[in-house]
Design a protein around this ligand. Structure first.
Ligand code: GLU
Length: 547
């Protein structure tokens, strides 16, 4: 067979050569050891936690090494494409601190290795298609859908592996005349790879996450270009990652079964194989067994979930770091104020079987992250969350930023900051009582006589002095406790509760409920300082009148 003639017959329009492309896309001028990697999503519009795991892993690997992170849009499947998906992806990842150095952008491309959208790269793929055909490494296949399904049925009936291989690869060595006749008839065709592999052969391969793998060679003549001349993922992966000078391919491990073919393809094309980082799926406990997080069952897979719940971006980021690199948590404890970027991330520490998603842990990390923020930052983030998800609350916060910031400053700073909030959604239940519109009427414990509660409030109103410090304030509460015959001796009370009608804790609770409407609140003295004398006392007065 004259492969040159076949190549010319199939791709008469291709005049560029691989050498020209090599020159156009030279090796990158980066320091030794720099990682060039990419995200290569299909523009489906759904951005999930798995995308973020992959983005974070590749971003850290690139930027930690002085390398490059780029975005390539894998839009070969036009049917799955959703308008605006590229923008959604770029914005979402940026929101989580993952920025690309080059690649597809909202308004076109940026960088010297483009185009970065696969549909615009058709001419490039055809250069390599022509090269493979001219070397006898690829050939056209004119099988119809019907022929292929008949073949599959036959293989299934014979209990054979299904696929286009060996004796089933019926277009592999057909004479040029047959091909010419099909082309002349205008019949559709795909370009297939001529596999020289055998499933009898195995070889070792090192994956940065999975470790040492034993791989069986591929013997299937897979499709490189579909009948519309658009490449399959496999062919585009080899051509693009070679020409874009990718050193590390970070991707989901659903691609692992295709790896033998990819290795073969890189060899056939004369390309240096990149390193592979195959990330396992996010798992979750379901009863006593683990399963993959599912789009259908688990709302927490979608990144929009974290936004609407009000998890700060930094919390999600740190949480993912925690589950990806088990030493991150200890590092964070030792370096509470360092930027997460100072942590030395390692893909080798990823769990090969996939990381376990644990909601309780996320909440815990988020509480820590929020507790370390200063009140101004919390205010800003809370307002921007509330503007989108609770505009009424946002209005209240923005009406008096100083007041809101004082509230949010309670228990902040110092060695053991309070950890009241895990998500912004919890802020209103936590601090809403500061705003008269959200204040609820107190429900006092029925075991106490209303007259006793009223008398506590009355006495408190009489002695309250805004200028008191917290110790003097509490002394007054204790004095009232004794006046009404309750005890301030909590030890004695615990030893024999029936001996006392109530304690200083009960007295504090009456006042707390009158001021805040709730049994639990941050430090009451501080709450009253922030509310101001007039508002605090008016609230107590009102409750008293209603008792
Ligand atoms: N478009 C592929 C996907 O979304 C990319 C895999 C890769 O990163 O190579 O799964």
């Amino acid at each position: 067979m004259d492969y040159q003639a076949l190549a010319q017959l199939l791709y008469p329009q291709v005049t560029d050569t691989p050498e020209m492309l090599e020159e156009k896309y030279p090796h990158r001028n980066v320091p030794e050891g720099a990682v060039i990697t990419r995200m290569a999503p299909s523009p489906t519009g759904f951005v999930h936690l798995g995308n973020l795991v992959q983005g974070l892993t590749s971003e850290r690997m690139a930027h930690q090494s002085g390398g490059v992170l780029f975005l390539r849009v894998e839009d070969t499947d036009a049917k799955r494409e959703v308008p605006g998906a590229v923008e959604i992806l770029i914005d979402t990842l940026k929101h989580y601190g993952i920025c690309f150095d080059e690649g597809a952008t909202v308004d076109g491309d940026s960088g010297d290795y483009g185009p970065y959208r696969q549909r615009q790269r058709a001419a490039i793929y055809h250069v390599y298609a022509k090269k493979l055909v001219s070397e006898g490494k690829a050939y056209p296949c004119f099988c119809t859908e019907e022929e292929l399904s008949a073949m599959r049925e036959k293989q299934e009936a014979n209990k054979e592996t299904t696929g286009y291989y060996g004796k089933y690869a019926i277009w592999r060595d057909r004479p040029l005349a047959d091909i010419e006749a099909q082309l002349a008839a205008g019949n559709p065709w795909v370009l297939r790879f001529r596999s020289e592999g055998s499933i009898e052969n195995q070889f070792k391969f090192d994956d940065l996450v999975k470790g040492k793998l034993t791989i069986t060679e591929n013997d299937v003549d897979n499709v490189l270009l579909k009948s519309d001349s658009i490449p399959t993922y496999h062919f585009a992966h080899a051509v693009d990652d070679h020409l874009m000078r990718t050193t590390h391919v970070v991707r989901g491990d659903e691609w692992l079964p295709s790896l033998p073919f990819h290795i073969q393809l890189f060899q056939a094309l004369g390309f240096k194989l990149p390193k592979y980082v195959h990330i396992g799926p996010l798992m979750k406990m379901d009863g006593t067994s683990k399963r993959k997080l599912s789009k259908r069952k688990d709302p927490e897979l979608a990144l929009t979930y974290y936004k609407s719940e009000g998890f700060p971006v930094q919390a999600v980021y740190e949480y993912l770091m925690t589950i990806l690199n088990s030493n991150f948590e200890d590092w964070r404890r030792a370096n509470p104020d360092a930027s997460a970027e100072d942590f030395k991330f390692s893909p080798k520490k990823l769990n090969p079987a996939g990381s376990l998603f644990d909601y309780a842990k996320l909440v815990d990390v988020s509480k820590n992250v929020i507790s370390r923020m200063d009140a101004e930052t919390v205010y800003q983030l809370l307002v921007s969350w509330a503007e989108e998800f609770d505009p009424d609350f946002a209005g209240k916060l923005k009406a008096d930023p100083e007041f809101a910031t004082k509230i949010l400053a309670i228990g902040r700073g110092g060695k053991k900051p309070r950890k009241d909030l895990a998500v912004w959604k919890e802020a209103k239940p936590y601090m809403g009582f500061f705003y008269d519109d959200y204040l609820e009427a107190p429900v006092f414990d029925e075991k106490f006589d209303k007259a006793v509660i009223r008398s506590v409030l009355e006495k408190f109103l009489a002695v309250y002095d805004y200028a008191d410090d917290s110790a003097a304030w509490f002394d007054k509460v204790k004095a009232i406790t004794e006046e009404i015959g309750f005890t301030t001796d909590m030890k004695a009370y615990k030893a024999d509760p029936d001996a006392f009608p109530g304690t200083v804790a009960d007295v504090s609770t009456f006042i707390r409920q009158a001021v805040t409407g709730k049994v639990n609140s941050p430090d009451l003295y501080t709450v009253m300082q922030i509310l101001g004398k007039e508002r605090s006392l008016a609230r107590i007065q009102k409750v008293m009148n209603q008792l």
